[in-house]
Design a protein around this ligand. Structure first.
Ligand code: UDP
Length: 480
């Protein structure tokens, strides 16, 4: 009907750099397939800082000229979800709450765009679940962009089934759970937000899983060769047993592009890496929100030093005990106070970077030979695309189950063993770093990562599985 108007796609990520980066890359990918599309990304202004990332978000926005960014005004969180409550609110609950509070802005913005252009599709990530109410009222086809992998999606879509079949709280189960498409998952490895079926955040996940199963389609940032069992279970509809599964499109890997500006703003750590031998450096970096106690940092330092390997380590300040500021970015760390004597003793072997490193560039540097990661999905894909084998040290969100997939299913990582409270000893880190860098096991993982790197390249080429999936999606809009 509106053939004279531009075909527009709107993307709506929840707060957090990982989500924004994936959406920006999705926007660019859509433009590559259909240069005539007009792409708009809505950005919420969260009333808190999502990790050490605010400047980075501005950088992404200011350097992506092919996409229109529309910022929603800041919203205030209701008092129940902030400082006055007795126990701290889980980050995930806030992540669901922000988009809900933005629904009035969303309604306005979508209305405006649909009057001026032909709005063909609306993409949300799962924390933006509340947006579904708005987009379905306006009648726009709504897709979920799942920014984790296909195996994790199998679990996520199985939440309603688990809810019906397991009457206990997950945290009291202490047993393996069998879900189609994945290896058995020990209950305690599921995301913490699913532990208590009476919590608000659990209900938010349950509701989102149900609604996602009824959406126009689900995009997954993965590729078939990496998670073939999970992809098959999803497309066979095994994870939603009593209803049809929406179309699943594996369109990845989508990773942040490695487009640094001029040489002059090259980060000091890249210059340092260039002075190190090929594949000799272990890189340690824990996502946008990974924080450790001072005690754990000291233990890591000892483990690294004892391993004898070269390292590049991104260190942040420990979390504050101040529960009124649950997720404020901590100040720059005072490294001499946190790690007395360590920098001096290891200055020929390692480099410590404060707060943030250009991870994609670091991973693709020839000197990097291993990656100790918190198992955030973007980090996993970035390492695979750079051919860097991993040591899995999960911290939050779905990362514990990602470790199971990485170690047992994809075989792109070795696992670290932590105590029940998550503590990793110096001896354990030393042992695993040596295993990754020196042993036959490490070599097997390295070979598999290289194989997956090649599969990733093939998947996004013309005729590759991810390329074909995206064409199919875009074609479906032309026919509707
Ligand atoms: N990142 C980075 N430098 C850092 C920490 C993180 O560039 O010091 C980037 C990383 O490359 C990835 C993203 O931030 O693209 C983190 O996403 P991921 O899904 O791995 O973890 P999350 O932060 O969502 O837990």
């Amino acid at each position: 009907s509106s053939s004279a108007m531009a075909d527009t796609v709107v993307l709506y990520p929840s707060p957090g750099i990982g989500h924004l980066i994936s959406m920006v890359e999705l926007g660019k990918l859509l433009l590559k397939h259909r240069p005539s599309f007009s792409i708009t990304i809505f950005i919420t202004t969260a009333p808190y800082t999502t990790g050490a990332t605010a400047p980075y978000i501005n950088h992404v926005v200011s350097t992506t000229s092919s996409i229109t960014f529309h910022h929603f005004p800041a919203v205030a969180l209701p008092p129940t979800s902030t400082s006055t409550s007795t126990s701290p609110v889980p980050f995930e609950e806030l992540a669901f709450e922000i988009p809900r509070l933005n629904n009035p802005f969303l309604y306005q913005a979508l209305q405006n765009i649909s009057q001026k252009s032909n709005l063909v599709a609306f993409f949300i990530d799962f924390f933006c679940n509340a947006a579904y109410e708005v987009s379905s009222k306006i009648g726009i086809p709504t897709y979920y962009f799942y920014t984790s992998g296909a195996s994790a999606l199998c679990i996520f879509l199985s939440i309603p089934t688990l809810h019906e079949t397991i009457s206990k709280n997950i945290k009291d189960l202490h047993d393996y759970i069998k879900i189609p498409g994945t290896p058995p998952i020990y209950s305690q490895d599921l995301p913490k937000v699913l532990f208590d079926r009476d919590s608000r955040v659990y209900k938010m996940f349950l509701e989102t899983a149900i609604r996602k199963g009824k959406s126009s389609g689900i995009l997954v940032n993965s590729f078939e060769a990496l998670e073939s069992r999970a992809v098959k279970a999803l497309s066979d509809g095994l994870c939603i047993p009593n209803a049809p599964t929406p179309p699943i499109y594996c369109i990845g890997p989508l990773i942040a592009s490695n487009d640094r500006g001029s040489k002059s703003d090259e980060h000091e750590c890249l210059r340092w890496l260039s002075l190190q031998p090929s594949k000799s450096v272990v890189f340690l970096c824990f996502g946008s929100m990974g924080l450790f106690t001072a005690e754990q940092l000291a233990e890591m330092a000892a483990g690294l030093e004892n391993s004898g390997h070269r390292f590049l380590w991104v260190v942040r300040n420990p979390p504050t005990d101040d529960e009124t500021k649950p997720i404020l970015a901590p100040a720059e760390p005072d490294l001499d106070a946190l790690l007395p004597g360590f920098l001096e003793r290891t200055k020929d072997k390692g480099l410590v970077v404060k707060s943030w490193a250009p991870q994609v560039e670091v991973l693709s540097h020839d000197s990097v030979g291993g990656f100790v990661t918190h198992c955030g999905w973007n980090s996993v894909l970035e390492a695979i695309c750079a051919g860097v084998p991993m040591l899995a040290w999960p911290l939050y969100a779905e990362q514990r189950m990602n470790r199971v997939f990485m170690v047992e299913e994809m075989k792109v990582a070795l696992g670290l063993t932590e105590s029940d409270d998550g503590f990793v000893t110096a001896a354990e880190l030393e042992k695993r770093v040596r295993e990754l860098m020196d042993s036959e096991n490490g070599k097997t993982v390295r070979d598999q990562v290289m194989a997956m790197r090649n599969c990733a390249k093939a998947a996004i080429q013309d005729g590759g599985s991810s390329h074909v999936a995206l064409e199919k999606l875009v074609d479906s809009w032309a026919k509707s």
